[in-house]
Design a protein around this ligand. Sequence first.
Ligand SMILES: C[S@@+](CC[C@H](N)C(=O)[O-])C[C@H]1O[C@@H](n2cnc3c(N)ncnc32)[C@H](O)[C@@H]1O
Length: 251
Amino acid sequence: MSSSPLHLPTSQAYDLWSEVYDTDGNVLQQLDDIYISTTLPGLITPNCTVVELGCGTGRNTLKLVEMGAGKVLAIDNSRGMLEKLSEKLGGEGEGRVETFEVDLNTFSSDGVGITTHDGAAEFRKSLRDKEVSGIVSTLVLEHLHLRTFFSLAASILPPDGWLLLTNMHWDMGVISSAGFLDPTTGKKVKPVSINHNKREILEEAGKWGFVVEGEMKEEGIRDLEHAKGFGRRAEKWVGVLMHVGVVFRRI
Ligand SMILES: C[S@@+](CC[C@H](N)C(=O)[O-])C[C@H]1O[C@@H](n2cnc3c(N)ncnc32)[C@H](O)[C@@H]1O
């Protein structure tokens, strides 16, 4: 008998998820890794400054450092996820990664204005003497309103800056949403999730001066043979588009 999921505020859900986030064989993360490994190297320039919105346990934060980013300003509002990132940071990331425990919703709705939240003010202060080359945000958009996300991104990026954005695909979003099986309780835990379709994403991005560079890449598990490479959890997703990745350029 399956019980109904436990719906929690996003940061609380991720605090719990942080214990197994890096190890629970998430198929979407694996598709994300493939997209990131083919896209990110072409965007990073030596010593560039990158902002990461929703860095989580640092799956991509560490890649940014390895690829040569001079500074990564990484924001998340789950203390549990950020603690996992700090555990991973050492030698290589030291001094090059600054983390901010801030709710992205606390930035004002135009992304530019003053906010009274300390962490957000700290982040803005840290931005002051830097030219940001790009923003990375992977698998975070489903937790936010589009206006919140794109207004903030537009307030951070100068013209010609890039935004690498990935998310759960809207086809998957119709039948599922982010969540994990908490091994300590055996219960499915779900954060707040909003399904955004392609038209909505492109429309909001356009309002804030973001244009697609190249094409949006939509991926999923094609067939059982393909599923084998992603572990047992992939079988149930055969034929469903699960992941979307896109690079925007700010005009
Ligand atoms: C699926 S995880 C992705 C983490 C990381 N980017 C990755 O790809 O592994 C989503 C992350 O977004 C963060 N997040 C969601 N809503 C947020 C908000 N309003 N403010 C800050 N972080 C948020 C969560 O805490 C979580 O770490």
